[in-house]
Design a protein around this ligand. Structure first.
Ligand SMILES: [Zn+2]
Length: 259
């Protein structure tokens, strides 16, 4: 974790947020192993993040959060926001990677195979995905929705291109987010994925801004070298869209700053 902060410092970033994947609810059997921090290791994650926050104080400010893989129900009988409050986290990001046991973002092959097994087409997956995400976007659930259109990740594969337009469902989701002050993450990792664009699309960002949804940004780094990836490109995108204010979180309270 320290190398991530070192990289942020080297890039001149003022702030870095850790969003380790929160453990699955007890008894949940995930379709893939090793996607989240195991329950018994989550305390170590927090301890190390707090140590680094002290160590880098005055140089890089560190926000400690978690990404909650929303499965469509509740977490430990609580919401991510309640868990985050209990743990003293700065932010909690909800995102969807798995719909009814189907992993949306692992490989195109796994996704195609899963769709066939379920008898779904890609459009039913999109509908399910956005409806599930909408359940995570209401008041008191999380501070942030992560990589909002992750479902498009493999859309360079002709088998995984939606035929329908899902913007009405996206609009419903954005309305809920605007109403609950849930922030939307612009995630620069998408530029390195088959979809070859940030999450979410320009069109979705524009609609979110029009509706007054708060915007935050991140690089979804899974290695230190990925910290701040494509932030130059992100800056141009924010300028192009006239986004002059981003939101971060300090103990779950919004903090606004200039990009
Ligand atoms: Zn994620």
């Amino acid at each position: 974790m320290q190398q991530y902060v070192e990289q942020a410092a080297a890039l001149g970033l003022e702030e870095i947020g850790f969003s380790g994947h929160f453990p699955y609810p007890p008894g949940y059997d995930p379709p893939l192993p090793d996607c989240v921090i195991p329950e018994e290791k989550f305390g170590d994650y927090l301890k190390e993040a707090r140590r680094l926050r002290e160590h880098y104080a005055g140089r890089v400010s560190i926000r400690i959060g978690a990404e909650f893989d929303f499965l469509g129900g509740r977490y430990h009988e609580t919401t991510p926001l309640e868990e985050a409050d209990r743990l003293g986290l700065d932010f909690c990001m909800a995102s969807v990677h798995i719909i009814d046991g189907l992993v949306v973002d692992y490989t195109p092959e796994l996704l195609v195979e899963g769709l066939e097994r379920k008898g779904w087409d890609i459009d039913s997956l999109y509908r399910n995905y956005y409806r599930t995400l909408a359940r995570a976007a209401g008041p008191g659930f999380c501070t942030t929705i992560g990589h909002l259109d992750l479902v498009k990740k493999f859309n360079s594969d002709p088998r995984l291109v939606p035929l329908e337009n899902h913007s009405a469902l996206v609009d419903d989701l954005l309305e809920i987010m605007a109403g609950s002050d849930t922030a939307m993450e612009i995630n620069t990792a998408g530029w390195d994925k088959p979809c070859a664009e940030q999450y979410p699309s320009l069109e979705i960002i524009r609609r979110a801004v029009d509706k007054g949804v708060r915007i935050t940004a991140g690089s979804d780094a899974h290695s230190p070298g990925q910290v701040g990836r494509h932030f130059g490109r992100l800056k141009s995108l924010l300028e192009e869209l006239g986004i002059e204010r981003l939101v971060g979180f300090d103990r779950l309270e919004p903090v606004f700053f200039k990009p």
